[in-house]
Design a protein around this ligand. Structure first.
Ligand SMILES: *Cc1c(COP(=O)(O)O)cnc(C)c1O
Length: 375
């Protein structure tokens, strides 16, 4: 697998598309001297509420905080169990640990990388309080089925839609099905405020709890400063809101563009050692990541190196969470046996570049490099 570096500019795995107009919006707000949470955050929250069709959208400091505050608002803590997929970014399980509860892992579907609803019921005990399904890589999980299971057992659902803003199932936006929805605005996601996150809910009591926890425990509806809880400071700044709001206006185009590019991969990659992702037509995929699986005969490190030599940046997609040191030491899972699909996605997965700044020609080029890999 030796090839010479091409004349093309290096294509990194990810690269946020921040435009001059976005920067001007941010600078306009910085110039006002209003540097904390204020009317720009409120305006962005209104825009997100309308776009998703949800009662409340609440901006916070990052995607991890959205999940953490949602668990606290539900009163989940020591003695409680929360079902999470075995494959996700680590934050999904970490927040359960952080409130003192126990994450219980369910395996994923092999080629959508989303939690397998068929695994969930067997994991439910008298201690189970909630499910945190993840809409991994921008694809809605089988959220309708998961809500039905949760309703049957009286469990809360917190949708981890960190990388799936705008993804839909049967026309309905993810983040509006569960008691809470959770979005991240990290630079690896479709639109970004640097660090940032959005909690969504239709429940006014839950919304109020999130607003209290976000702002030092101050009740948002009472005059003066009534400290009704020991809260956090999880506020987003107004200039961050202006930066991401400006990009948000392009979100439909960003998603449409990623769909075009992903389709090129699906048509052009013909290497039989690359197993391509699948999804069903009831779902609108936003392609935060184009994630494939390598057959065992390929050495992933060598494949990544070959792509790098040919000017293409790649990386692993997400983690098999129960296999990471903290969880393995604490719960003693044999992940390879217990969560075979999550294990495979973690050890054999490969994320390829897919974002607005790339051209169809770039994707064809990357595919042609992939098609030359034989060992
Ligand atoms: C990015 C991500 C998070 C964490 O979001 P941050 O904004 O980085 O805290 C959580 N869950 C999933 C599935 C993610 O992709």
């Amino acid at each position: 697998m030796i090839d010479k570096m091409t004349e093309r500019a290096f294509i990194p795995l990810a690269s946020p598309d921040i435009r001059e107009t976005d920067i001007e919006e941010m600078v306009r707000v910085v110039r006002t001297g209003m540097l904390v949470q204020g009317k720009e955050v409120a305006a962005f929250e209104d825009a997100i509420q309308q776009f998703l069709g949800v009662g409340h959208a609440i901006c916070v400091t990052n995607g991890t905080a959205t999940l953490h505050l949602s668990l606290l608002a539900l009163g989940i803590g020591p003695g409680d169990e929360v079902i999470v997929p075995a494959f996700s970014y680590m934050a999904t399980a970490n927040v359960v640990e952080l409130v003192g509860a126990q994450p219980v892992f369910a395996d994923i579907q092999a080629r959508t990388f989303n939690i397998d609803p068929g695994q969930i019921e067997d994991l439910i005990t008298t201690a189970t309080r909630a499910i945190i399904p993840v809409h991994e890589f921008g694809l809605a999980c089988d959220i309708g089925e998961i809500i039905a299971i949760a309703d049957k057992y009286g469990l809360a659902v917190i949708e981890d839609a960190a990388c799936a803003l705008g993804a839909r199932e049967n026309g309905r936006a993810v983040g509006t099905f569960g008691k809470f929805g959770s979005f991240s605005l990290h630079p690896r996601k479709a639109i970004t405020s640097g660090e940032g996150g959005i909690v969504t809910t239709d429940n006014p009591v839950m919304a109020e709890r999130i607003r209290i926890l976000r702002n030092h425990g101050i009740h948002p509806g009472r005059p003066g400063m009534d400290f009704v809880a020991a809260g956090f400071n999880c506020r987003m700044t107004d200039y961050q809101a202006a930066l991401v709001h400006s990009q948000f206006r392009r979100l439909p185009e960003i998603i449409a563009r990623r769909q075009v590019l992903a389709q090129v991969y699906l048509e052009e990659i013909r290497n039989p050692a690359f197993v391509l992702p699948i999804h069903d037509e009831s779902k609108l995929h936003t392609w935060q990541t184009f994630h494939c699986l390598l057959e065992d005969r390929l050495d992933r490190a060598r494949v990544m190196d070959f792509l790098k030599q040919n000017g293409v940046g790649t990386n692993y997609g997400a983690q098999c969470m129960p296999a990471q040191t903290w969880y393995r030491d604490k719960y003693g899972h044999d992940s390879q046996t217990e969560f075979p699909n999550a294990w495979r996605a973690w050890t054999r997965g490969l994320a390829l570049p897919v974002y607005e700044k790339l051209s169809v020609d770039d994707i064809k080029y990357i595919s042609s490099v992939i098609n030359r890999i034989t060992e």
